[in-house]
Ligand binder design. Structure first.
Ligand SMILES: [Zn+2]
Length: 502
C-alpha cells in the first residue's frame, strides 16, 4: 500500500464500544463476547485440570501474537450477511479447513472484534473462549498431528471501528470494503492471521436488493431470494488473510479485457462510472507494461475497487486493489502521479500477493518493488527521472533508517500508531536498495533477478534471505555482504556509480 500523500480529511474519532466483558467459564454452546482488542491477555477461568488458554503466535518479531502454531489452513469459506447498514454487525459463518502440523488439545484462531455464537470442530460442538486477540477452541477430542480438521465458527463481524485500531472493515459512503493489512483480518473473521499461512478462499456475501457484493477472485454463482441476493466468489490461487477483500455497495461492476483475455473488472460507485472510466481503461495497458517487465500476470482477474472513503492509503488486495475514489475525482495530484499509484498497486499483485512475505520484516520486498515499478513507470511514461528520485531518497535514507530501522529489520509498530510498520524505510528506502543492486550488478542481471523472483516464488512466501540468494545466483557472485549492508545497516552504504551522493 502507499499512504496517500495528502492530509487525509479528519476522521471521526474512533468510537470506543461498550464495556469489555471478561469471559467467564469456558462454555459450549452459548454466546461469548470476544473481548475485543485487549492490550494484554485476559485471565480466564478454565475447566479444571487444563492449562490456561493463552494467546499464541507464529513468532513474528513485529507482531508476536499474530498467527498460530500447530496447523496449516488450506481453505476458508467465509459467509457474510449484510444488514443493509454499515453501523451494525454482519452475521457471519467462517469455516476453516486445515491440516494439523502438531498434536493439538486446543486450536488458537485469531479473532478479536465480534460475538461468537458457536464453534464446531469436525461437526461436533466445541468449547471456546477468548484470550487476548485469540479465540481458543477446545475440541471434544484432541486432534492428532497430520489430520484434516474442519472448524466452523458462527459469529458476528463488526464494521464499527475497533478501539485503537484502524482497518478490517472500512465503512464507505454506501457500504463496506476491507483493509486488513497488516494485522487486522482477524477483526473481520476468525483466521490464522499471518501471511506465512496462505489458503484458498470462497467468499459468500448476502446483501439486500440494491447492493452489489464483490470479493477476491471470480464469481461462481448468484442466488436471488426474498429481496436478498447472495454472491459467491472463489480464488484460484492461495491468498494471505491480509489481502482478503469484500466490497458491499451501491456499485456497478465494469468489465473489460486485459492481455491474453484476462478478465478485468472494476467495482465503482454507480454514479461515478463515467467520471472514472478514463482512469479505469488504463489498466489493461498497465498490466501489459508490467508483464513486459516481470512476466505473466499471476492471477485469474484484476481490477480496481473505488471506495467512497478517506482511508489515507490504497491497498493491493488480491485481484481487486482498493483505491480511494477521491484520488481520481479530486484532481489534487498530477495525472502521471495517479497513474503511477495505479501501477504501484498492480505491481503488488506480483510482489506481495503472489509472492508474499514470510514475516512482516520482509515487508520491504513488497513495498520496495512496488515503489520501484511505480517510479519506473513514471520515468518511462512521464519522464520523471528515476535517478533524481533515488538521489533524493539517498539524501533522506539515513534519517529513515534512524526513525524506522533498516529496510529489512524495521522497528516494531508504536502502539496506537496508524502508520504501523509502513514507514519510508520500507518504501523509498527499500526501492533505493533495489537501485543500488541494479547499479552493482547491471541492468540485465537485475532484470533477470526480478523475473526469476516472481516466477520461482509464485503462489508462495519468501524471505529476504531468499532474495539475496537469488541475486547472488544470477549475478554469479556472493552478494551477502553487499546486500547485507544495504538491508541491515544502520547507515546507508555508498551508492555504486554515484560516489558524490551524500
Ligand atoms: Zn504498497
Amino acid at each position: 500500500m502507499p499512504l496517500t500523500p495528502c492530509t487525509p480529511a479528519p476522521r471521526a474519532r474512533l468510537r470506543t464500544f461498550g464495556r469489555l466483558k471478561r469471559p467467564g467459564r469456558l462454555r459450549t454452546p452459548g454466546r461469548l463476547k470476544v473481548t475485543a482488542l485487549l492490550a494484554s491477555a485476559v485471565s480466564v477461568c478454565l475447566l479444571a485440570a487444563s492449562a490456561p488458554a493463552t494467546p499464541l503466535g507464529v513468532g513474528d518479531s513485529l507482531f508476536p501474537y499474530l498467527g498460530n502454531p500447530g496447523y496449516d489452513v488450506a481453505s476458508y469459506h467465509l459467509s457474510f450477511t449484510y444488514p443493509g447498514t454499515n453501523s451494525e454487525p454482519l452475521q457471519a459463518v467462517t469455516t476453516i479447513g486445515a491440516w494439523t502440523t502438531a498434536p493439538l488439545d486446543r486450536v488458537n484462531l485469531d479473532f478479536a472484534h465480534g460475538t461468537v455464537d458457536s464453534v464446531e470442530v469436525d461437526g461436533e460442538p466445541a468449547a471456546f473462549t477468548s484470550v487476548g486477540e485469540d479465540l481458543v477452541v477446545t475440541p471434544e477430542d484432541p486432534l492428532p498431528e497430520g489430520s484434516w480438521t474442519r472448524i466452523t465458527v458462527r459469529h458476528t463481524s463488526d464494521p464499527t471501528p475497533a478501539r485503537n485500531r484502524d482497518g478490517g472493515w472500512v465503512r464507505t459512503a454506501d457500504g463496506l470494503a476491507m483493509a486488513n493489512q497488516a494485522d487486522v483480518a482477524h477483526l473481520v473473521f476468525p483466521c490464522n492471521d499471518h501471511p506465512s499461512d496462505k489458503a484458498m478462499f470462497t467468499i459468500r456475501v448476502t446483501v439486500p436488493d440494491g447492493y452489489t457484493a464483490v470479493a477476491n477472485g471470480l464469481p461462481t454463482g448468484v442466488q436471488r431470494a426474498a429481496r436478498m441476493t447472495t454472491w459467491t466468489y472463489r480464488t484460484q490461487h492461495p491468498m494471505a488473510t491480509e489481502l482478503a477483500q469484500v466490497s458491499i455497495g451501491r456499485s456497478s461492476v465494469l468489465h473489460r479485457t486485459g492481455p491474453h483475455d484476462l478478465p478485468v473488472r472494476d467495482v465503482v460507485p454507480t454514479e461515478d462510472s463515467r467520471t472514472l472510466e478514463p482512469w479505469l481503461k488504463k489498466t489493461p495497458g498497465q498490466i501489459a507494461w508490467m508483464e513486459g517487465k516481470v512476466g505473466r500476470y499471476p492471477f485469474e482477474t484484476y481490477g480496481l475497487l473505488m471506495a467512497d472513503a478517506d482511508t489515507g492509503f490504497e491497498l493491493e488486495t488480491q485481484t481487486l486493489s482498493l483505491f480511494e475514489r477521491g484520488l481520481f475525482t479530486e484532481s489534487a495530484h498530477p495525472r502521471w502521479y495517479v497513474e503511477s499509484i495505479m501501477v504501484h498497486e498492480l505491481s503488488h499483485q506480483w510482489f506481495g500477493d503472489s509472492v508474499s512475505p514470510r514475516t512482516w520484516s520482509d515487508l520491504w520486498l513488497n513495498e520496495g518493488h512496488a515503489i520501484w515499478y511505480e517510479a519506473l513507470y513514471a520515468e518511462e511514461k512521464a519522464k520523471r527521472s528515476m535517478e533524481a528520485r533515488m538521489k533524493g531518497a539517498y539524501k533522506a535514507s539515513d534519517g529513515w533508517r534512524a526513525a524506522g530501522g533498516p529496510p529489512a529489520a524495521p522497528k516494531a509498530p508504536d502502539p496506537g500508531n496508524k502508520i504501523s510498520i509502513f514507514r519510508p524505510n520500507v518504501y523509498e528506502g527499500a526501492a533505493l536498495v533495489l537501485y543500488a543492486l541494479r547499479q552493482e550488478i547491471g541492468r540485465p542481471a537485475f532484470e533477470q533477478v526480478e523475473r526469476a523472483w516472481v516466477d520461482r516464488h509464485q503462489d508462495a512466501t519468501a524471505t529476504t534471505e531468499d532474495f539475496v540468494r537469488l541475486a547472488s545466483e544470477i549475478s554469479g557472485r556472493d552478494l551477502g555482504g553487499f546486500l547485507g549492508a544495504w538491508l541491515y545497516g544502520e547507515k546507508t552504504p555508498p551508492m555504486p556509480g554515484h560516489p558524490d551522493w551524500r
